[in-house]
Design a protein around this ligand. Structure first.
Ligand code: HEM
Length: 413
């Protein structure tokens, strides 16, 4: 392939518009991100928003939640109007600022305890081994449908102790609600998203009522902890309102689904593309921890974050007016050569590896320990069980820019 000239990459950067992306971009956005970092790191989009690709700029924005707000009550109004999607997203922890964010975060982070997460490990190993046994019998597997997506749905279902017989609709609800966060939205996606929120809230209202009547063990049952707030901890009795509880349960279920599915899927596909790294992992299974960090960095499953400026400011020396929407490109920041030596090389022993795949600062992912645990067990055990697994046809991309991953990946194992 001919190498791109500086003129070519300048054109790539100039023509970039998040609302009009090509199939080549979805397949491999990194050349475009690299062009943007080089030529227009603080890129103004046709709609007036800014798109950031440098690690230091993205991190600086995360560090200053006062100037760069997460509150979406104004920004989402034109997109969602007065709709269930609007209520859901604007009540979710991730789309709020302090003081509401601080209060809700304390309760959610307090419920996702190390003890609750550690208690999930034996069940997780059993689940993963069961899926691997089924794949071994067939000799082939759709990595996403039959493995990667089956794990988070089960784990988050367990976290909130959702009865097994009631879990089936969770994944579709989650995909529909997160799909509605794409930069441009069809009326069909909008309707699907709204229907999903309504059905999900109805379902959870009933589940919460049942749990109030028969509380679970608050050591392990995150939903019971959220219902009880801090009462059991001798705290100040702060509790979530009913609306906050229902919408944030949806948020937790969603936050841990597609992102973790894609981490597992992206990681196992990337290992097929870097056979020396797969061999290194096979030789030293204890490198799974740093391998998962590298999977998070190299193909970040959550590629974009958003903020809005609350005052006139500057980013990377560029003046920015109050009320400017900002897109933080995590996928680009995690390939920034200023932060990572040879960023386009997948290196399972990379150290240091201070990536931004889980964000940074007050909104940093509250489920990161769970996501890491799931990925370590899923990726580690898959590779050890099927050391020579390989693609059995072309993978199909998920077709989303925010949540990077595959819809299906046929594998021979
Ligand atoms: C690979 C998997 C995951 C990735 C890449 C990921 C990524 C992220 C990112 C980038 C943010 C910050 C958003 C922002 O600042 O705008 C975030 C927030 C959050 N994530 Fe995750 N996440 C993952 C898995 C999970 C899981 C498994 C859970 C729950 C069990 C979870 C729960 C949350 C919560 C509650 C927040 C909001 C935190 C806040 O606003 O204070 N995530 N996640």
């Amino acid at each position: 392939m001919p190498t791109a000239t500086a003129g070519d990459t300048a054109i790539l950067a100039r023509d970039f518009d998040l609302r009009h992306l090509s199939p080549e971009f979805y397949a491999n956005p990194y050349p475009v991100y690299s062009a943007l970092r080089t030529h227009e790191p603080v890129k103004r989009m046709p709609d007036g928003s800014l798109f950031l690709t440098r690690f230091r700029d993205v991190q600086a924005v995360y560090r200053d939640p006062k100037t760069f707000s997460s509150d979406k009550t104004v920004e989402f109004k034109p997109k969602y109007g007065d709709s269930p999607l609007y209520t859901h997203h604007t009540t979710s922890l991730v789309f709020n600022d302090p003081p509401r964010h601080t209060r809700v975060r304390k309760l959610i982070a307090g419920a996702l305890t190390a003890r609750a997460i550690a208690a999930m490990e034996p069940g997780l190993v059993r689940l993963v081994d069961g899926l691997l046994d089924a794949a071994a019998e067939r000799g082939r597997i759709d990595l996403i449908g039959e493995f990667a997506s089956a794990i988070p749905v089960e784990i988050i279902g367990n976290l909130l102790d959702v009865p097994h017989a009631e879990r089936e609709p969770l994944r579709d609800w989650s995909l529909a609600i997160l799909g509605a966060l794409e930069p441009s939205l069809t009326s069909e996606q909008f309707e699907r998203g709204n229907r999903a929120v309504t059905e999900f809230v109805d379902y959870l209202r009933d589940l919460v009522a049942r749990r109030r009547r028969e509380p679970g063990d608050p050591q392990h049952d995150v939903l019971t902890r959220l219902i009880q707030g801090e009462r059991g901890e001798g705290g100040d009795g702060e509790q979530l309102s009913e609306e906050e509880l229902l919408q944030n349960c949806i948020f937790i279920l969603n936050a841990g689904h597609e992102t973790t599915t894609n981490l597992i899927g992206n990681g196992l596909v990337t290992l097929t593309e870097w056979p020396d790294q797969r061999a290194a992992l096979l030789e030293d299974p204890s490198s799974i921890e740093s391998a998962v960090e590298e999977c998070l960095r190299f193909e970040s499953s959550n590629q974009l974050g958003n903020r809005m400026t609350t005052s006139d400011t500057q980013i990377g020396g560029v003046p920015v007016a109050r009320g400017t929407p900002i897109t933080l490109c995590i996928g680009a920041a995690n390939r920034d050569p200023e932060q990572f030596a040879e960023p386009d090389r997948f290196d399972i022993r990379r150290a240091p590896n201070r990536h931004l795949a889980f964000g940074f600062g007050i909104h940093q992912c509250a489920g990161l320990s769970l996501a890491r645990l799931e990925a370590r067990i899923a990726i580690g055990r898959f590779v050890q069980r099927f050391p020579a697994y390989r693609l059995d046809g072309e993978p199909t991309r998920g077709g989303r820019v925010r949540f990077r991953g595959f819809a299906s990946v046929p594998l021979l194992c």
